[in-house]
Structures are given as C-alpha cells and as structure tokens.
Design a protein around this ligand. Structure first.
Ligand code: NAD
Ligand code: UGA
Length: 318
C-alpha cells in the first residue's frame, strides 16, 4: 500500500501529539505544524513530542498558521487534521479575545483557502462541545441548536461554519468533530483534571467552580484519537459529528474517583461558577457510531487511573 501523508496542525499539543503518534504507528508519514504558543508552558509541548523525536516518518514545522505559507505544507497531504487553536474556555473574555479570533477563525480560513489548491482527501476540523452552550436538550444531537455561551465557543463555531461553508461552496471535504471535554495523559494544564491532580499532589485544596454538580461528557484521549482517525479516512464530507465518551459525570464524582486513584484525601474549595462554563454537556453519540463506526472504549474510572499514572511521572511523585 502506498504510504499516506498527514498534515496535523497543533501537533505538539495535547490531542495533536497523540494523533501524530497514532498515525505514525499506523504507517502514515506525518508533518506537524506548531508554533508553541505561550498559552501554557511550551516545555510541556516539547515533552509531548518526546516519543516522536527519533521517528523518521514525523517532522515538525515550527511556524505560525496566521502568517505561514500554508499551501507549501499542505500540498503533499492526503489528509489534514486542523487542531491548532487557542483552546481555553474561561480565558476567552476581554482583550484575550483577539487571540481567539486570529487563531480560531482567521487561521482556520487560511487553512481552508490553502486546501482549495492542495485538495486533500479529507480536512478534519477540531470543533467543540462548547458550540452548544447550555444545550436545550440532552443528549445534544448535531441538529440541536448551537448557542455558545463563551467567546471561545463563538470562535469555534465560526471555524466550524467556515469548514461547512467551504465544503458547500467549493467541495473541500471537511469533517467537523465536536469533541467533548477530553482528558488523559498530556491534558493541558489549564484544564480541570490536570489542575485537580496537581492540587491534590501539591497538598492544596481543589478549586471547585460552583457547587461541583455540573456535568461533562468526559472523553478519553485514546477514543478521541480513534474518532479523528475515522473522520480523516471515512468521514462524510461536509458532516459534523459529536465525539463524546459517554462518561457523563459531575466534578464531585470525578473528585471521588481521584481520591481513590491517588490514595489521598481531597479538600474542596468551592469558588463562584465561572462565566462561560455551561452547567451540563452531553452528546448524542448515534451519528458518529452509525457513520464513522466510532464507539468510545475507555470509561471514566479507567481513564482517570491512567491519567493518574501519567501525572505522577510528570510531577515526579514518589
Ligand atoms: P492544545 O493547546 O494542547 O493544542 C493546540 C496546539 O496548537 C498548541 O500546541 C499550540 O501551540 C498550537 N497552536 C495554536 N495556535 C497556533 C498557530 N497560530 N500556529 C501554529 N500552532 C498553533 O489544545 P488541545 O486541548 O490539544 O486542543 C486541540 C483542539 O481541540 C483545539 O482546536 C481545541 O479547540 C479542540 N478541542 C479541545 C478539547 C479538549 O477538551 N481538550 C475539547 C473540544 C475541542
Ligand atoms: C474543555 C476544553 O478545555 C475546551 O478546550 C473544549 O473546547 C471543551 O472542553 C469542550 O468540550 O468543547 P471544559 O469543559 O471547561 O473545556 O473542561 P475543563 O477545564 O476540564 O473543566 C471541566 C469542569 O471542571 C468544568 O465544569 C469546570 O468548571 C470545572 N473546573 C475546572 C473546576 O471546577 N475547577 C477547576 O479548577 C477547573
């Protein structure tokens, strides 16, 4: 079989580094793009790529999607996974919004323009459950109303609209994946589970926003990687899919499992609910199951124990 070539933006990030490893292991040649933004410590991104350091079928371009000549990188790609973004929900208010518009919207449009010429077989766009906001129904189907409640969600929905639009107008085979709160090894340090483990091992109380009864349809990283692979190979051009783990749980339930996984007592420090955070998220998995054959395999408890092993190594916990 001829070797296939992937272009992955955000390849040094949490999800992008896992996807890069997965595709290389499956025999793909992978070209990653990442400019190591300082949204969180770039040394963590260097660390994410350690497993690919001596891999001849992986190379990384340290360029910024806002300015780079994207056609040059895309022209050899059979499939594109566009994961690069400014990803935090709660940090998207105020003057920071400019970063969200230039990366999540404008750079996405630049990527789609480059695809007009490069004509990849698939162009996967990393969308987000945040496009739903406070979903009007549970579980939320792809046809449910989208009413984002954070500026981040607005920017991800704009990117998704662009992806769908470039499919309708020019036939670019875009496939959009609405991932639901992803967790596991390499999770970003601004995200809930990473913060919780750090606080637990640091002997500090865990910061709980609101009453902790808010729920998320948490999705384990290996499952998200599989969904990406399927979308980039058999996803229906123009389609939008939920990618959710089916492990809907509250923050307080998560902390109880973490107590078991770490063997430490968890103190809870209740803080006000944060602007932009929906109370609940939950996705209808049927479309991804039927059309992509996607079925999440890792339940929350198993995933949290795996993540605990990783964080202990990262923090050098004895
Ligand atoms: P991440 O921040 O770990 O990875 C994103 C990477 O993109 C970073 O390494 C960053 O340096 C890079 N990047 C940002 N702007 C760039 C630019 N202009 N040029 C080149 N590189 C750039 O985030 P993640 O959690 O891995 O998220 C990946 C994608 O998935 C994002 O699009 C995010 O919106 C989406 N998403 C994530 C989650 C989640 O729970 N983590 C859920 C839904 C959607
Ligand atoms: C996550 C990602 O960070 C976004 O990039 C992504 O787009 C989004 O999922 C999505 O699904 O689309 P979020 O659900 O806020 O966003 O994920 P976490 O940061 O892991 O937060 C999970 C829950 O823990 C939230 O209810 C949050 O309020 C809570 N939390 C987080 C706390 O109670 N305390 C903290 O210190 C951090």
């Amino acid at each position: 079989m001829t070797e296939r070539t992937a272009l992955i933006t955000g390849a040094a990030g949490f999800i992008g580094s896992h996807l890069s490893e997965r595709l290389v292991a499956d025999g793909w040649r992978v070209r990653g793009i990442d400019c190591f933004t300082d949204y969180y410590d770039p040394s963590l991104k260097e660390r994410n790529l350690r497993g690919l350091a001596n891999e001849p079928r992986f190379d990384l371009e340290r360029v910024d999607l806002r300015t780079a000549d994207l056609g040059k990188y895309m022209k050899e790609a059979d499939a594109v996974w566009h994961l690069a973004a400014q990803a935090g929900v709660r940090a998207s208010w105020g003057k920071e919004f400019e970063t969200y518009t230039t990366i999540n919207i404008q750079a996405t449009q630049r990527m789609l323009e480059a695809a007009l010429e490069a004509k990849p077989d698939r162009f996967v766009y990393a969308s987000s459950s945040s496009v739903y906001g406070e979903a009007p129904e549970f579980p939320a189907a792809e046809t449910s109303a989208t009413n984002p409640i954070s500026p981040y969600g607005v920017s991800k929905l704009a990117g998704e609209h662009l992806a769908v639009l470039y499919n309708k107008s020019f036939g670019i085979p875009t496939v959009s994946l609405r991932y639901f709160t992803v967790y596991g090894p390499r999770q970003r340090p601004d995200m809930g589970f990473h913060r919780f483990y750090r606080m637990i091992y640091g002997g500090e109380p865990v910061t709980v926003y609101g009453d902790g009864e808010q729920t998320r349809d948490f999705t384990y990283i290996a499952d998200v990687t599989t969904a990406n692979f399927l979308a980039g190979t058999v996803g229906r051009p123009g389609a939008v899919y939920n990618v959710n783990g089916g492990s809907r749980a509250s923050v307080l339930e998560v902390l109880s499992i973490m107590e078991e996984a770490t063997g430490r007592e968890v103190q809870r420090d209740f803080l006000p609910k944060q602007k932009g955070d929906p109370l609940h998220t939950g996705g209808d998995p049927s479309k991804a199951r039927t059309e992509l054959g996607f079925q999440p395999e890792v339940d929350l408890r198993t995933g949290l124990f795996h993540m605990n092993d990783w964080i202990r190594e990262l923090l050098e916990v004895e």
